[in-house]
Ligand binder design. Structure first.
Ligand code: MG
Length: 480
């Protein structure tokens, strides 16, 4: 009798708890924030509110302190994440508005296409921003499921306070289309509609995990928040004690917790690589509706560290050591080859710029896979280069937030685009805020970085010196 019971229990156990996946390749969960700054998580020094789920993610994984967005603006940064290329290599710059006639070219291999070829299920729930014409939408570029906005949540006919558009913003945009696959599911017309987005994306991400628990998957969750106009669901409104921004950070943190819980519930937390990062630094002239750089110089839309350096956390238990901080230089463009390597996927034949970080993240903390980085902005301006802790800024005109009182409650303060930035060398080891120029002390470093910049210009071009570059590829265009 006892034996029968034991056998019965064993059989039930087997049926109730299917054997762990044998597949050594991890699932990939990419959580990508919009305009979240370097100092916006409590494990990166945020004051006044906490982000416990993200802090836990950092405790269970690796936290980067020198992780650079590929470019300090939306579309460019996003194409870099999905192709492993500097945005200008694949013809991207800036942020594309509604009905742009350009988008990601068919000849580029996205991370979703790469992993789909390897048998991964692929889903995206959130902001796309790599072209809103049908041929450029996610389903045509490797994703099997899509729900989200095709571009930024401020590209709509009302301004940030929900009032009639101010004349410096486009006022002739249509209400935001919330797409399901290739079709418009509904229009996002009010801030109350925007307040639903974070929870909606999260619920769909959780549902995707539940439905694909038995096969390898890539889940990409590019939140529309905390890009202005910021909005939070009723559940979190007033809960942080730190205004709308704090409430929103609570909801974002909750979202990460929901995704982690879904992985645990499906027994996938061990064989899933979770990556959390942001597309660029904070839009500082929005004041209390913007994040913080944690003291870094300038913000979104600049080549100073406040524009580029973003939080990045990677978690994969048993592979990535827990609770480790790495100060090694890395960038969004490195995600593509790193994931390809961990998933044993072959890289595309098109040249990419990312570097495989897999040794570093799997515990070789002495590894310095990336030593150089090129900071591009505008159409194709090489505004700065970096080697290790040395950063050389080239003379250019750019945005500045410094010295201007930011706006408040959804309204922007001034942020002139034509501020003159002189040649300057910064030693980020002792001057992370890029406050004083040391070129006169280290002329040999200036020369070395100038030489590196020349190599970059020959390849990727530079509007500041009038070079076109031989290694750039065409952006996708709508056939006319
Ligand atoms: Mg952004």
């Amino acid at each position: 009798m006892i034996r029968t019971l034991l056998l019965f229990a064993l059989a039930m156990g087997l049926a109730g708890f299917p054997a762990e996946k044998k597949d050594p390749r991890p699932n990939i969960v990419l959580i990508f924030m919009d305009d979240l700054g370097y100092g916006d998580l409590s494990c990166y020094g945020a004051l006044n509110y906490r982000t416990p789920h993200l802090d836990q993610l950092a405790m269970e994984g690796m936290r980067f302190t020198n992780f650079l967005a590929a470019q300090a603006v939306c579309s460019a940064s996003r194409v870099a994440l999905l192709t492993g290329c500097y945005p200008n290599r694949v013809g991207f710059w800036g942020a594309y508005g509604p009905n742009a006639q350009v988008g990601i070219a068919d000849s580029e291999v996205t991370l979703a296409e790469l992993l789909q070829q390897e048998g991964y299920a692929t889903g995206i729930f959130g902001k796309w921003h790599l072209g809103d014409q049908r041929q450029f939408l996610p389903l045509q570029h490797g994703f099997q499921e899509y729900l989200g906005l095709p571009y930024s949540n401020d590209m709509w006919p009302v301004d940030y306070g929900g009032l009639p558009a101010t004349d410096w913003r486009k006022s002739n945009y249509p209400a935001l289309p919330l797409l399901e696959g290739n079709e418009v599911r509904e229009r996002i017309e009010t801030l109350a509609d925007q307040a639903k987005l974070t929870t909606l994306y999260t619920e769909r991400a959780v549902d995707f995990i539940d439905r694909h628990a038995k096969e390898p998957f890539l889940l990409y969750v590019p939140h529309s928040m905390p890009h202005v106009p910021i909005a939070v669901s009723e559940r979190f409104r007033g809960k942080s004690g730190y205004g709308l921004w704090g409430d929103l950070m609570m909801e974002i943190d909750w979202s990460v917790g929901e995704i982690m819980q879904a992985l645990q519930r499906n027994k996938l937390a061990e064989n899933t690589l979770v990556i959390f990062t942001s597309d660029n630094g904070p839009w500082l002239n929005f004041g209390n509706h913007a994040g913080t750089t944690g003291g870094l110089r300038e913000g979104k839309g600049t080549s100073y560290e406040g524009g580029h350096r973003v939080p990045c956390i990677m978690r994969w238990p048993g592979h990535i050591p827990a609770g480790v901080v790495t100060n090694a230089l890395a960038s969004t463009i490195d995600v593509f080859p790193t994931v390809a390597s961990l998933c044993a996927a072959e890289l595309p034949t098109n040249r990419i710029d990312g570097i495989d970080l897999s040794r570093l993240i799997q515990g070789d903390l002495e590894a310095q896979p990336r030593r150089y980085f090129a900071y591009y902005y505008r159409r194709n301006s090489l505004e700065a280069v970096r080697r290790d802790h040395w950063k050389l800024v080239f003379p250019h005109r750019g945005r500045t937030y410094q010295g201007f009182l930011p706006g408040n409650d959804g309204y922007p303060g001034p942020a002139p685009e034509d501020h003159t930035e002189p040649l300057a060398l910064f030693d980020l080891r002792r001057d992370p805020g890029e406050t004083y120029d040391v070129q006169l002390l280290y002329s040999e470093i200036v020369r070395e970085l100038q030489e590196y910049a020349e190599q970059v210009r020959a390849d990727l071009g530079d509007d500041l010196t009038g070079q076109s570059g031989t290694g750039r590829r065409e952006i996708g265009r709508v056939d006319r």
